[in-house]
Structure formats: C-alpha cells, structure tokens
Design a protein around this ligand. Structure first.
Ligand code: ATP
Length: 248
C-alpha cells in the first residue's frame, strides 16, 4: 500500500566512473510523516542512495543507470538539487557542511534562499529553529568553523529546516559525535517529526540508536537491501541483533 508514500525508490542501479556498480537494485519507500532508517556498514551504499535521490552523483562521476525515483508520484531523477528543494526535499550531507567563515545565524539564513515568502516568515522560522536548537541560539554570532562538531551538525540540520522542507535526507548524523550528543540530536529529529511533520530518510551506521528513533528500517549490504521492516521488528530480529547490534 503506497498511498502515503512520499518518496519511492524503485530498483535503482548506480554506477561510478562507468564501471563500478555500487547499487545493485535498491528499492525503498519513505512514508509521509515517518522516520525511515537506511542502515548498513561502511561502504554498503547508504550515501550513494541519498545522493541518487537528491541528484548529487554527477559531481562524483556516478549515475543512476536503472530504475526510477519518484517523489509524490513525480519522476525526480532529472531535477536539479535546487528543484528538489523547491519540492520540499533537502539533503544534509555527511560531515560538517557548514560555511566555516559565516556565523551560525548566517549559515541558517543561507538555507532560506529558495523561499519567496518574505522576511517575516524567515524570521519566524529562525525562531522555530532556535526553539529546537537552543545551543544554536547561544552560538548564533559565533563563526561556524569555531563551533563544536555537534553544533555544526545541528547547524546543518537547522539550515535544512530553513527551507521549510517536507522531507530531510540526513546522512550519518551520529558521525564523530559523543553518545550524549547523538541522543540529543536524534531527540530533536524525533520532535521535528512529531511536531512539524517533517519526514526523514536517515542513513546511519549506528543501528542501535537509529532503530530506537525510526519507524521503519532498511538494511543495505553491498548495494542491496537484505532486510527491511518496522523498526521494532528489526530490533528483535536475531540476525540484526547478532550482526548490527552486537548482541549475538
Ligand atoms: P559510508 O558510511 O562510508 O558513507 P556508505 O554505505 O554510505 O558508506 P557509499 O559511500 O555509498 O557507502 O559507498 C558505496 C561504495 O561505493 C563503496 O564501495 C565506495 O568505495 C564506492 N564509491 C563511493 N563513491 C565513489 C566514487 N565517487 N567513485 C567510485 N566509487 C565510489
């Protein structure tokens, strides 16, 4: 039943440099209002899948050679990343992707560039972002390059929120962060999902934390989905426990 599907990835194949087959037929669905986790080890193809959706593969000499990607039923494969932002889909890349020489607040404001609804609305959303991320409010005038890794991850998510997205593609938010900060960031993701209705496709190596916050999960291995199901079922699955949760 795909009535409430926002994003549908159907059997996509991705090839880098014309020869390196990395995704070997990946299918997944992101439902409206859900947090969907894309799990798997280093090199499984999580980042490639997100970049295929947001059309960021070209700069890495990658291309989708088979399959289709639909957003709200519309084929989006040939849209530019900024066209996608206008349709409500925005990606937060792995790592620290803030502008280091801008302040936190300037970084957040760069996220509003596609909007046409005026300064008052942008100001309201800046306050909304500061409401979810009080740390960013405290650090609003600091140059982003001098803030911590956790603050920069928050800044990247906050900047994405400034485009008023319907769906955020979030790549490895836990990367390099202390466990307590990971909890804090996932908690904020959950409240954005609950209160603002933002849907998430979340790529994570940290299966444990991702399956506690997500509704549904897909596990990728070597460019294929090897398992999928409601997060609660995956958490109880013996293979997931053994191979991904370290409780075998
Ligand atoms: P990570 O957690 O490291 O980001 P991932 O699951 O997101 O892992 P990808 O980054 O999608 O995995 O990489 C999947 C495979 O594609 C890896 O084997 C990687 O070496 C290969 N790959 C990624 N980018 C390129 C590229 N530009 N050219 C060639 N091969 C690439």
């Amino acid at each position: 039943d795909n009535r409430d599907a926002l994003l549908e990835v159907n059997n996509i194949e991705v090839i880098y440099n014309h020869v390196i087959l990395v995704l070997k037929g990946v299918s997944l669905t992101v439902k409206q209002g859900g947090i969907t986790a894309l799990l798997g080890g280093n090199g499984a193809g999580k980042t490639t899948t997100l970049k295929a959706v947001s059309n960021l593969l070209h700069s890495e000499r990658g291309e989708v050679t088979k399959g289709s990607i639909l957003y709200r039923g519309e084929r989006v494969q040939d849209l530019s990343p900024s066209d996608l932002v206008e349709r409500g889909v925005v990606q937060v890349m792995e790592g620290r992707h803030c502008f280091e020489h801008l302040t936190i607040e300037e970084n957040l404001l760069t996220g509003a560039y596609t909007r046409k609804d005026g300064a008052a609305a942008v100001k309201r959303d800046l306050d909304m972002v500061y409401g979810y991320f009080p740390r960013l409010k405290e650090r609003r005038s600091s140059q982003a390059g001098y803030t911590s890794g956790g603050e920069q991850q928050m800044c990247a998510i906050g900047r994405a929120l400034m485009s008023r997205p319907e769906t955020i593609l979030l790549d490895e938010p836990s990367m390099g962060l202390a466990p307590q900060l990971v909890e804090e960031i996932f908690g904020i993701v959950k409240s954005l999902n609950d209160n603002e209705g933002v849907s998430f496709l979340l790529a994570e190596q940290n299966t444990n934390v991702a399956l506690r916050f997500a509704h549904y999960g897909y596990i990728l291995e070597s460019g294929r989905v090897v398992m999928d199901g409601p997060a609660a079922d995956l958490r109880e699955n013996p293979d997931v426990k053994e191979f991904y949760l370290g409780m075998g």
